[in-house]
Design a protein. Structure first.
Length: 300
């Protein structure tokens, strides 16, 4: 049974109409215009963790932050793709998770501030993540990718591109409620939609049209569910059942396991989108799994 804290989170999402831009196309179009004219701050919170050091540089025209464990040599690297519907900037919850991975898994965590719509597109951004992962392999050795929601799409698309274009099999990919098929045509989405307090189809499609650029929706750089999963490294996947991305997550898990990929799947009955990032007992437990999964993958 979902915790009381989860019910509070759900109530907050409903009270603030967090799903407005995702369920209404006109609200989505206004959000794209607003965020393109008035970009939000993307820097890390002033108070993050005292045991983490943060540096920033420009790589490929992007601000790229690197979090490292203070006073220790990092063991491997994680390239993290933040979510936000490809239109919203990185949030404090993302920074907190990245800092926890850095401190508790002992890894360097790379956080690219990638271009959002209407300026960024899937082809451009996925290629940028691939380049970062390749460069970081030279610096740190083992590299994993991770991401949530829209960032989960970027992370898995990058893992596919690394396999197909560079013959690189990542030791671990962590996906938190990933967007997988951007056609949003899975009929089960309509069944889940009334339970989802956060996401919706009509507004998401506005964002997706910008994001895909000149690529087809079935291109794996846009919809990684379209890719053959054979040959991918181990996946750790999280999704709540009150998330319209859950039906496609089930398809990914089934396809990947059927193709011989090791999948550690964590399904949360009654929980909403990106529950591992929420201030709930379920979220805290999931974050511990994320950290341990990345620690183990980087030690392999």
């Amino acid at each position: 049974m979902p915790s009381l804290a989860n019910q509070v989170v759900r109530g907050y999402l409903k009270a603030t109409r967090a799903n407005r831009v995702f369920i209404d196309a006109e609200s989505a179009r206004k959000r794209v215009l607003d965020r393109s004219v008035r970009p939000r701050n993307y820097g890390p919170p002033r108070r993050l963790r005292a045991d983490v050091t943060i540096t920033v540089e420009r790589r490929g025209g992007w601000p790229v932050y690197t979090l490292t464990p203070r006073g220790r040599t990092p063991r491997g690297n994680v390239v993290y793709a933040h979510g936000g519907g490809w239109v919203h900037e990185i949030a404090p919850q993302h920074w907190a998770l990245c800092a926890a991975v850095t401190a508790e898994a002992g890894a360097a965590v790379t956080v690219p501030i990638y271009p959002l719509i209407p300026f960024g597109t899937a082809g451009q951004v996925v290629a940028g993540f691939v380049e970062l992962a390749l460069a970081n392999r030279e610096t740190y050795g083992n590299v994993c990718v991770a991401g949530d929601s829209a960032g989960g799409q970027i992370a898995l698309s990058a893992a596919v591109a690394l396999r197909d274009e560079h013959d690189v099999r990542l030791p671990g990919t962590v996906l938190i409620a990933p967007a997988l098929d951007l056609s949003l045509t899975n009929p089960e989405i309509e069944v889940v939609q009334p339970r989802d307090p956060w996401l919706g189809v009509a507004g998401s499609r506005v964002f997706i049209e910008h994001w895909r650029g000149d690529l087809e929706l079935a291109d794996p750089r846009v919809s990684p569910l379209a890719a053959d999963p054979r040959g991918l490294g181990p996946l750790t996947v999280f999704c709540g059942t009150d998330d319209i991305l859950w039906p496609d997550t089930l398809l990914l898990v089934e396809a990947a396991r059927g193709a011989g990929v090791v999948v550690d799947y964590h399904e949360a009955p009654g929980l909403p989108h990106v529950y591992p990032l929420t201030p709930t007992p379920e979220g805290r437990a999931a974050r511990r799994v994320v950290i341990e999964s990345l620690r183990s993958a980087l030690a392999s």
